[in-house]
Design a protein around this ligand. Structure first.
Ligand SMILES: Nc1ncnc2c1ncn2[C@@H]1O[C@H](COP(=O)(O)OP(=O)(O)O)[C@@H](O)[C@H]1O
Ligand SMILES: [Mg+2]
Length: 367
């Protein structure tokens, strides 16, 4: 058995709600102890800055270009991550010296694997020097450069987490900005892909109509009625029928089919869209899961959870029912992969990103 390390993961997902921080102890393989986790939300002005960054990034041709305000946004984002680590260590009374490594996701501003391009802003070297802990960053880059989808990456960690669950096959889903599923077969086989939208469309809808970032608990969607024509139109997207491996950019789907609907009906239809695209993911699974475990912020949307349960065949459980921390899974995954990266262990596989052979990833920035 390899050496156990203490690792912190930093995740800021496509929903751009903030930074999730989690500590784990792991050998990068089967040994796994989960520690504390906390989230540090972005301010609304910084979210607006990130939305502008997505627009600027759409014209990137090379992954190290930082035109316009992207450079400044990257520096500020890095400093916010440094602050999150400092606060986390203080809040949890952990000494920086006791932490071996930080796994740093950064903020995805462009994901176009078909052009061998995935761009996460975030300066690993700057972060390492400020927090005084080694940082592993750019975990997606090598996979995309080698022809993989560069997403999803969490499946290798989902498998470690699910080792404690008896159900097989089991599906571990993350409903973040985009949704992704990891199907884990009886023999440990992994099939993983982005299933479709998560919360991002619904967040955009709410933001445009109410100025609020979230449909809290799905209350707005609960008051609306699903517009079946709009839902059908949304589901005509070619993505759903494509076999995996496959992954999505945050802005892959358009709100056009729902634009004429009321606030409530639009919210209900978009929640149904997320649920229905998860159900369509079953087409790409060799055997139906016995259990669906849902992590990510979307599990707090009760309307969405009900809609998922109505559309898939077997039991649906929020992460906590399976003993996971549903807000921390992705951050823990980045901590886990940072350790795997240091040990040269693979983080992506043919079944998860379509890479031809298992591949490690990540760049090490020394403190
Ligand atoms: N109480 C809540 N009710 C409904 N939706 C929520 C709630 N809390 C969070 N969410 C949704 O979850 C999203 C954040 O989920 P998260 O897993 O952090 O995604 P990401 O990994 O993309 O950042 C929010 O943007 C919001 O849409
Ligand atoms: Mg988040």
């Amino acid at each position: 058995m390899g050496k156990t390390m203490r690792a912190i993961g930093l995740m800021s997902g496509t929903s751009m709600d903030g930074i999730d921080v989690a500590l784990i102890e792991t050998d990068g393989d089967q040994r796994l102890e989960r520690g504390p986790a906390l989230s540090y939300p972005y301010s609304e002005p910084f979210r607006a800055q990130l939305r502008a960054a997505l627009v600027e990034a759409a014209r990137l041709r090379h992954r190290d270009e930082r035109p316009g305000s992207l450079r400044l946004t990257e520096q500020y984002l890095t400093d916010l991550h440094a602050e999150a680590v400092t606060n986390f260590l203080e809040d949890c009374r952990i000494a920086a010296e006791s932490v071996d490594v930080v796994g740093f996701h950064g903020q995805t501003v462009l994901h176009a694997p078909e052009r061998k391009l995935t761009v996460q802003i975030g300066d690993g070297a700057r972060l390492a020097s400020v927090i005084g802990i080694d940082v592993v960053y750019d975990l997606r880059g090598p996979d995309v450069a080698a022809g993989g989808q560069g997403a999803p990456l969490a499946p290798v960690y989902h498998r470690a987490l699910a080792a404690r669950l008896p159900e097989r096959p089991v599906a571990v889903v993350n409903v973040g900005g985009v949704s992704n599923v990891t199907w884990i077969g009886g023999d440990g086989t992994l099939i993983a892909f982005d299933t479709g939208p998560g919360n991002a469309l619904l967040d955009d809808w709410m933001h445009a109509h109410t100025g609020q970032a979230v449909d809290a608990e799905g209350a707005t969607a609960a008051r609306g009625k699903v517009d079946e024509d709009a839902l059908t139109a949304l589901l005509t997207h070619a993505y759903f029928g494509m076999p995996p491996p496959k992954s999505l950019d945050r802005n892959a789907f358009s709100l056009d089919p729902v634009r004429h609907l009321s606030l409530e009906d639009g919210a209900a239809t978009l929640a149904a869209f997320t649920a229905a695209s998860l159900a369509r993911a079953c087409e790409h699974m060799p055997e139906q899961p016995k259990l669906w475990v849902i992590s990510g912020g979307g599990r707090r949307n009760r309307t969405l959870m009900t809609m998922i349960a109505e559309r898939v065949e077997s039991a649906v459980a929020p992460a906590e029912a399976a003993g996971f921390d549903g807000d921390a899974v992705e951050a823990e995954a980045w901590a886990y992969m940072a350790v795997r990266s240091l040990k040269g262990l693979p983080i992506t596989f043919p079944g998860t990103t379509g890479i031809s052979q298992p591949l490690t990833g990540g760049v090490l920035a020394r403190k």
